[in-house]
Design a protein around this ligand. Structure first.
Ligand code: AQP
Length: 476
């Protein structure tokens, strides 16, 4: 019987036999789909837990036949069947091409292919079967493997006072990541915040305030690293230039955030448009695997993945292709209290629509009291018809961790007044320790500076190494 190696050899596809077993979870499993039609699915090991999506895709491709999913050991059945033209479909997870090496289990050991070898093999299959590429990895699942190797990176712009949106949508998620991953890097996107043209003194103060507030939120920066984007001698911007040279301008104009922010500015700086390129560089320079972001940043992250993949395919594998970690549920996008269709934003001019983390109990009370609602007495979420009520319920859910059913039951027959009262009490109680810790850290600016300096020192070697590799790849 023809083995994997025989087949690859006869097809003229270069491969290597790995002498050592790849690290755990690095082998690419293959699923054989047996329905009315037959197919093969190649999935990146990291994405195997997205079984629901895999099954949906498989059923769709196999024209809605119910598909049992059986892991296959080894490649030979799949390859042999494909060669003989017995497979109607080959479905390949695009994420496979993001790795420097692809490992396949073989009865005699491990076969190591490069992404271009895999492409060659697939090209041969195309002659007999329909080959489709599907990206199973746009967002990471909670069951990420090899956490100790994964780098988590996220940032925040010091473009105003931090809001409840930043807190529930990002910082609370960061706290969890620090507990789970030993390599978490958080940075102040001070270069990005120049896109809204702040006054220099104001920017300096906001940088100080944001760093202090992040510590006050309880982020353990002894375990994670916190630093300023502009602190590292230009490595972020230099990589951004390499990326700018391969990014089509038209993609930048499609970004929703650019369109929204450009509308608010009398004169639009180029920085606002190329913001996502700098973001791609921020992520790629640390070889980041996971990027926790609020729902509003999902589009930028998709573009970052596109840019990084383009660089990898043009110049050879250089960067890890990152995945978004988006907070699920109601707090993925916290909305403005006075307009439930607008995101709560720290740079918003309507301060009544935002709860800031340093708001006094009186401010919180006043803002929640004035928050827009509707005339329907019963409380239930409906984001299209009742965006403001949905937002208040969602914030309450984010703060209490209760299920929506439990919240609806809690306020049954009571209306918005009762919800607002409970929400106000909860917000005051949750933000009080943040305000206290903020006062403590503010009294010790040297400590905050020290955290930033240590963070920069920790991440700089990674950034410098990545940049020099990227420069070498492009011919510099
Ligand atoms: N309203 C929100 N709901 C959920 N998540 C949010 N984030 C921001 N607003 C919300 C998340 O907070 C992180 C840091 O955001 P950023 O500073 O990088 O920029 P942003 O997304 O543009 O946040 P703002 O507050 O709206 O800032 P400005 O007003 O300067 O544009 C990100 O992970 C973001 O998703």
């Amino acid at each position: 019987m023809m083995t994997n190696k025989d087949w690859l050899k006869s097809a003229g596809i270069p491969f290597q036999i790995a002498t050592q077993a790849p690290e755990e979870g690095a082998c690419c499993p293959i699923f054989f789909l047996e329905g009315e039609k037959k197919g093969v699915l190649w999935i990146h090991p990291d994405n195997c837990d997205t079984q629901g999506q895999i099954l949906r895709e498989a059923s769709r491709l196999l024209q809605n036949t119910l598909v049992p999913l059986d892991p296959l050991e080894g490649l030979e059945h799949a390859l042999a069947a494909a060669v003989k033209g017995r497979l109607s479909h080959v479905v390949v997870d695009e994420t496979l091409f993001d790795n420097e090496d692809i490992f396949l289990e073989d009865p005699e050991g491990y076969i190591r292919l490069t992404p271009s070898n895999l492409r060659q093999a697939l090209n041969l299959m195309t002659k007999k079967s329909q080959v489709r590429f599907i990206d199973f990895s746009t967002t990471a699942t909670s069951a990420q493997k090899n956490k100790s190797r994964k780098r988590v990176l996220s940032g925040i712009q010091p473009s105003g006072d931090m809001t409840l949106g930043n807190w529930l949508g990002a910082v609370e998620l960061w706290k969890k990541q620090i507990e789970e991953y030993p390599n978490c890097y958080f940075f102040l996107a001070d270069l990005h915040s120049l896109t809204v043209a702040p006054e220099p003194e104001e920017l300096r103060e906001r940088i100080r305030k944001t760093a202090t507030l992040l510590l006050a939120c309880g982020l353990d920066m002894e375990r994670a690293a916190m630093f300023r984007q502009s602190q590292l001698g230009g490595v972020h911007t230099e990589l951004a230039w390499l990326f700018a040279c391969i990014t089509p301008e038209g993609r930048l104009e499609q970004m929703t955030q650019f369109k929204e922010k450009a509308q608010k500015q009398a004169s639009v700086g180029t920085g606002l448009k190329i913001y996502p390129i700098l973001m791609a560089a921020d992520i790629a320079i640390y070889q980041s695997h996971l990027v926790p972001v609020g729902d509003d940043q999902r589009q930028h992250l998709e573009l970052a993945r596109e840019i990084i993949r383009k660089f990898n395919s043009r110049y050879g594998h250089t960067f890890v292709v990152p995945k978004a970690l988006v907070r699920e549920g109601s707090t993925a996008r916290v909305m403005d209290l006075t307009d439930g269709t607008k995101k709560m934003s720290k740079s918003s001019t309507n301060t009544d629509g935002c709860i800031y983390l340093l708001d006094s109990p009186e401010d919180i009370n006043r803002k929640i009291k004035r928050a827009k609602t509707d005339a329907i007495r019963d409380l239930y979420p409906d984001s299209l018809e009742r965006p403001e009520t949905t937002n208040l319920l969602g914030i309450y859910q984010g703060l209490t961790g209760l299920s929506m059913e439990a919240i609806i039951a809690e306020f049954e027959g009571q209306g918005h007044g009762a919800l607002k009262k409970a929400l106000t009490e909860c917000l005051i109680a949750k933000l009080e320790p943040v305000r206290k810790r903020y006062a403590q850290y503010s009294a010790d600016p040297g400590y905050v500076e020290g955290v930033l300096a240590r963070g920069a020192e920790r991440v700089y070697p990674i950034a410098a190494e990545t940049l020099s590799k990227a420069k070498e790849r492009v011919g510099l």
